[in-house]
Design a binder for this molecule. Structure first.
Ligand SMILES: C[S@@+](CC[C@H](N)C(=O)[O-])C[C@H]1O[C@@H](n2cnc3c(N)ncnc32)[C@H](O)[C@@H]1O
Length: 424
């Protein structure tokens, strides 16, 4: 089922203004299907796959107002994804398939960033040489960070490796877009001066020549990125999804390799960092992730950013049910005026433990009302909690559209279960 979201989405919309598309599914499988429509269309792809750690990774789900206000008793943990493999070969196989299919989706001016760490980056470099061609290698970027914990038997491992390859020598690269002004920091052995136009510079003489460094000139980052920190525990960007990367890291990659309106791909979308950065900067995005929690987290993140156009979340496992088969959801429907219908949730029961609240709305993480037309759900109104607004609405409104289509309610609960129910 395809779910279309926008401020107020017309059901006549044919999909021409799509600014983003998220597909819940396995990357290799979905990329095979995407080849028909998307070959040669993406300007940039960022891939942040599992790192072959042998671990499971989690999503922290906040519950009700209390959870969203920070009470840690009202947080439950779900496994978001597993990074456990039968052997190294099965991991290589997955990565090879995704990289080969990603390469085909890129434009000739396009490029790809592959984010890994010490466990797999040497192997991945050879894989990338094979698929992209050695001559298309651009950088081995070192993202160095300061996180807690020090190793005792070797030097602490405090960097990730991001391999940067182009599709061809026509690749687009605009490093100035991510440059930073040199700034007023004091420089040893240099003199601070003003030129005749009033611009401040620092100068040094060497070999009879004067070298000037203007404070307002732009410094372009090298391939060692040590100025971007990992997200802190209480960082407002945090979504509760393990392995979430900072937006500033993605900004550097997106802004240096794409222009406004370009398509950016991320096929291990996680918490939706790439999509959020693309959306904020006027780029369009195509995303895949097999975790249901990645879909829920990314959707809420993107819905807080959308201003124009609309985006689609596709989830083939989501089936339409009839209200008679959905005894756990109770709602009332009323006309508020001749143009609007109001849908009110009056009960939602999920038979799961632990029982953390007596308020049924605390079990609802997200819900929306909309129309179903030709196997597409066009969302008209939605509600969910955020840190700044920890309340979820009990009633949503839907305009009456004169087209033969069915009204439906979509509910996602805090345990990750979702239902799409036709209202009779
Ligand atoms: C390291 S996380 C990505 C984090 C992301 N960059 C962010 O900032 O939140 C890896 C993601 O890959 C997803 N994943 C793992 N194997 C996958 C596969 N075969 N197909 C699609 N997604 C997969 C996981 O569900 C997880 O969300």
């Amino acid at each position: 089922m395809d779910l279309y979201y926008a401020e107020k989405c017309s059901i006549k919309n044919t999909g021409k203004n799509i600014t983003g598309h998220f597909i819940k599914g396995d990357a290799a499988t979905e990329l095979m299907i995407l080849q028909d429509h998307w070959q040669g269309k993406l300007q940039m792809i960022y891939l942040d796959p599992p790192f072959f750690t042998g671990n499971a990774f989690y999503f922290k789900q906040r519950i009700g107002e209390k959870g969203w206000e920070g009470d840690t008793k009202y947080i439950i943990t779900h496994q978001a994804y597993s990074d456990q493999w039968i052997d190294r070969a099965s991991f290589v196989n997955m990565l090879r398939q995704v990289l080969t299919l990603s390469h085909k989706l890129l434009k000739p001016e396009g490029s790809l960033f592959l984010h890994l760490d010490y466990r797999f980056s040497p192997h991945a470099r050879l894989l990338m040489d094979e698929i992209f061609g050695e001559e298309n290698f651009l950088n081995e970027i070192i993202w160095a960070y300061r996180t807690g914990g020090r190793a005792k038997r070797h030097f602490s491992r405090k960097h990730d490796t991001i391999l940067f390859y182009r599709k061809s020598n026509q690749h687009f690269f605009d490093p100035e877009a991510v440059g930073k002004p040199r700034g007023p920091l004091k420089r040893n052995n240099m003199k601070r001066q003003k030129d005749k136009d009033g611009r401040i510079f620092w100068s040094i003489r060497s070999g009879g020549k004067e070298y000037r460094y203007y404070e307002d000139s732009i410094i372009i980052p090298s391939d060692v990125w040590d100025d971007i920190s990992h997200l802190q525990q209480k960082d407002p960007e945090r979504t509760g999804y393990d392995t979430q990367k900072p937006e500033s890291l993605l900004e550097r990659m997106v802004l240096s390799t794409t222009r406004q309106g370009d398509w950016v791909g991320d096929f291990f979308a996680g918490s939706g960092t790439t999509l959020a950065v693309a959306q904020k900067n006027g780029r369009k995005w195509l995303a895949v992730d097999k975790s249901v929690f990645s879909m829920y987290v990314s959707r809420k993140r993107l819905l807080q950013l959308i201003s124009e156009g609309f985006f689609v979340f596709s989830d083939s496992s989501l089936k339409i049910t009839n209200s008679s088969d959905s005894s756990n959801v109770l709602y009332t429907v009323s006309f508020s005026d001749k143009n609007t219908i109001k849908v009110k949730l009056v009960d939602y029961s999920c038979k799961q433990i632990p029982c953390l609240s007596n308020n049924f709305l605390d079990y609802v993480d997200f819900w929306s009302v909309g129309y179903i037309n030709s196997d597409r759900y066009f969302v008209q109104d939605y509600t969910f909690r955020t840190h700044t607004n920890p309340f979820i609405k009990q009633e949503l409104a839907i305009p009456i559209i004169e087209v033969k289509s069915e009204i439906a309610v979509h509910i996602v609960d805090i345990y990750g279960k979702q239902s799409l129910i036709i209202i009779r």
